[in-house]
Design a protein around this ligand. Structure first.
Ligand code: GDP
Length: 416
């Protein structure tokens, strides 16, 4: 194992047998008790055209009349111009576990003549919630953090039996990196089993084609076999074809169920053979609620946070990182030292080359001076030798020694 460079030496780890009961086996129970005491926060967003059964499904899911019966606008009412965001919170309790449930509704989505930017206010709202969480993280006192981030987004697809509509694709494409998308085929009781199967295949093909990431229950972790099988079963039902109803009705065989009664029979909400409602609830609440929260925190929020901080200034972020990371700091110091050394070496080489050049120039100059002196001396010697030879010749021929005298005599001789 490698440790970051620091002054703290890594501890020596060895395996030891316990001689008796110590008590740390109770640690998971301590965590469990603390979580129960603190309670949980979960925020789910519902998106889809009005009338697709969003409020009915939420009320069915949490077995609570979270949404009061809707008052529909009169036919003369002016339609709203934009998507609005409304949230309802409720504290619910089951076997002493408290859950602060928040449902974020998006009335108006897809209800206008032009729905081009229906996704925008929803994305803004999701990011504003991330912003609020980041603000809390930056506070001095972080003991009371409120997590209002959207942990799951139930996207309601109209049961057309065709393919996804452009508005569905646009919404999912824009939002899939910011929220856990859970696609849902609304009012599945309006289609036959065969139509549901075919529609699911087309929706999945569209999702794959457009590279949209929808939330997947983990099927890779070292979970127990039962959970793995459950997750695989859940994954096979996506997109969930659901039916919502809070009405209790009596079946022909005398059972009381939540369902919808039709002249030809009863469709049961909680019957896995009738629709995927149970599987959706299992994923959203029983098996993967923590997974959804964790994925939001560790992946979606973290990515948004990185994007935001980079947009605020990379330089600052990098210097903070170096400050915090001793290995990076040491590497930077080493690089600076090496750069300094090579600069010194280059300077020394330059000085040396200059000195050599100067010396060479000096040597050349003294060589030339030497040559000049040598030539001078040689010329003088040559001259001297010539004079001596001349003298010798004259002595031998018996002529007077000084050429001046002989010249005078010559002149006199010529005059006479
Ligand atoms: P919202 O506008 O999306 O919140 O839709 P509502 O929950 O108000 O439901 C609109 C209408 O659809 C109501 O009359 C519901 O009774 C009905 N509805 C809700 N869920 C279903 C369903 O699963 N199947 C069918 N057939 N009708 C449903």
């Amino acid at each position: 194992q490698t440790y970051p460079a620091s002054n703290i030496a890594p501890p020596q780890v060895s395996r030891k047998q316990l001689m008796g009961y110590v008590g740390f086996a109770n640690l998971p129970n301590q965590v469990h008790r603390r979580s129960v005491r603190k309670g949980f926060q979960f925020t789910v967003m519902v998106v889809g055209e009005s009338g697709l059964g969003k409020s009915t499904l939420v009320n069915t899911l949490f077995a609570t009349p979270l949404y009061p019966a809707k008052e529909l606008p009169p036919p003369s009412a002016e339609p709203a111009k934009t998507v609005s965001i409304e949230s309802i919170s409720a504290d619910i309790e089951e076997s002493d576990v408290r859950l602060r449930l928040t449902v974020v509704d998006t009335p108006g989505f897809g209800d206008y003549v032009n729905n081009d930017s229906s996704w925008k206010p929803i994305l803004d709202n999701i990011e504003a919630r991330f912003d609020a969480y980041l603000d809390q993280e930056n506070r001095v006192n972080r003991s009371k953090m409120v997590d209002n981030r959207v942990h799951a987004c139930l996207y309601f697809i109209q049961p057309t039996g065709h393919t996804l509509k452009p508005i569905d694709i646009e919404f999912m494409r824009r939002l899939h990196t910011r929220v856990n998308l859970i696609p849902i085929i609304a009012k599945a009781d309006t289609m036959t089993d065969e139509e549901v199967t075919q529609f699911k295949a087309r929706v999945l093909a569209d999702i794959r084609y457009h590279n949209i990431q929808i939330f997947q229950a983990p099927t890779y972790e070292k979970e127990d076999e039962e959970t793995l099988a459950e997750n695989e079963e859940i994954a096979s039902r996506i997109p969930f074809a659901v039916v919502g109803s809070t009405t209790i009705i009596k079946t022909p065989d005398g059972r009381t169920v939540r369902g919808r009664a039709y002249p030809w029979g009863v469709i049961e909400v909680d019957n896995e053979e009738h629709c995927d409602f149970v599987k959706l609830r299992q994923m959203l609440i029983r098996t993967n609620m923590e997974e959804l929260r964790e994925h939001t925190n560790l992946f979606l929020y973290e990515n948004w946070r990185t994007d935001k901080l980079i947009a605020m200034g990379v330089e600052q972020d990098q210097s903070v990182f170096k400050e915090v990371n001793p290995a990076a700091k040491q590497a930077e110091e080493r690089a600076m030292h090496e750069a300094k050394l090579s600069k010194m070496e280059a300077e020394m080489k330059m000085v040396f080359a200059q000195k050599v050049m100067e010396k060479e120039a000096k040597l050349k100059q003294s060589e030339e001076e030497l040559y000049a002196r040598h030539r001078e001396m040689k010329d003088a010697l040559d001259k001297q030798r010539m004079e001596l030879e001349d003298k010798k010749r004259r002595l031998e021929s018996g002529r007077p020694l000084t050429p001046e005298k002989s010249n005078t005599r010559k002149k006199g001789f010529l005059r006479t």
